[in-house]
Write a protein that binds this ligand. Structure first.
Ligand SMILES: [Fe+2]
Ligand SMILES: [Fe+2]
Length: 283
């Protein structure tokens, strides 16, 4: 019955419908489903900028849920409980991770009770690689996976692992954060899951790509959402450290860059209309 009503509603109208049936005599459903996904939050500049801009993003885009990648939230390497709490308090519903998940050991002490997913194929026995989140009467399946191509660590292939989860779980909408280096691997994953998965957002390269689109069978796709943190570093790191590494072969530990900041995100709309739009803020 709900599906029939949804089909009858015109696109782009924020609609509230009253559904009468024997189980729920008088229920009000908001049929919108929009997810704001914020790309790799890098260090304190990234966390602070999210906290400062989240109200603006909420008022501007009206997401039902806010999800963010937090693999670099603590000084570029991992996540602490304090940062986790700050982001949750601000209204983020779920954090995804990546190849830096375990760089800060503190995560091991709280991930099992937290709204966090780490990559399904990172070989860890702590935390989980996917979660189903209930939002009103809808279930949204969120999955996090790592690519294999050009990644330093060796991971199991994520393709069939993701498909298996999609096949066995029960949900209304599905969303994958595919944390990978190679654009080809991300595009391949998009086409591999087209018609089965609702949305694939790429993370890890920290540069927003201009290929947000809907694949032929309906999968909403972007190769990389981009990062949230320093604007003038080299993908978050103080630029001279990376320049000297490339030019002179110098090896210095990474430091989070200072100065103006940027925020990169996407707004993914499942209903009333399928759409994935890019968001970029900078100082
Ligand atoms: Fe990252
Ligand atoms: Fe990464």
């Amino acid at each position: 019955m709900q599906q029939k009503l949804l089909n009858n509603l015109k696109y782009n109208i924020k609609a509230f419908i009253v559904v009468l049936n024997y189980k729920t005599p008088f229920f009000i459903y908001n049929i919108d489903m929009k997810i704001l996904f914020i790309g790799d939050i890098y260090g304190k500049p990234g966390v602070d900028y999210v906290l400062e801009k989240i109200d603006f993003l909420r008022k501007t885009y009206h997401p039902n849920l806010i999800v963010a990648n937090a693999e670099n939230a603590k000084d570029g390497r991992g996540l602490t409980k304090n940062i986790y709490k700050q982001l949750m308090k601000a209204g983020v519903s779920l954090l995804t991770m990546g190849n830096h998940t375990w760089k800060n050991k503190e995560l091991e002490t709280f991930i099992d009770e937290a709204n966090i997913i780490r990559p399904i194929n990172d070989g860890s026995n702590k935390g989980v690689g996917y979660k189903v989140i209930q939002y009103n009467d809808k279930k949204i399946l969120f999955i996090n996976a790592l690519g294999k191509a050009y990644m330093n660590e060796v991971y199991d292939s994520p393709f069939l692992m993701v498909k298996e989860i999609l096949d066995k779980e029960t949900y209304d909408y599905s969303f994958l954060d595919f944390h990978a280096e190679a654009s080809a691997e991300k595009v391949a994953m998009g086409h591999f899951l087209d018609g089965k998965l609702d949305c694939l957002v790429g993370t890890h390269t920290h540069v927003q790509t201009n290929d947000n689109r809907i694949l032929p069978k309906g999968l909403m796709y972007i190769t990389d959402v981009g990062m949230t943190g320093p604007l003038n570093g080299v993908i978050g790191v103080e630029k001279d450290i990376i320049i000297n590494k490339f030019v002179y072969g110098e090896s210095k530990p990474n430091e989070v860059a200072s100065g103006p900041r940027q925020l990169n995100a996407v707004l993914v709309s499942f209903v009333p209309k399928r759409e994935i739009i890019k968001i970029h803020l900078e100082e």
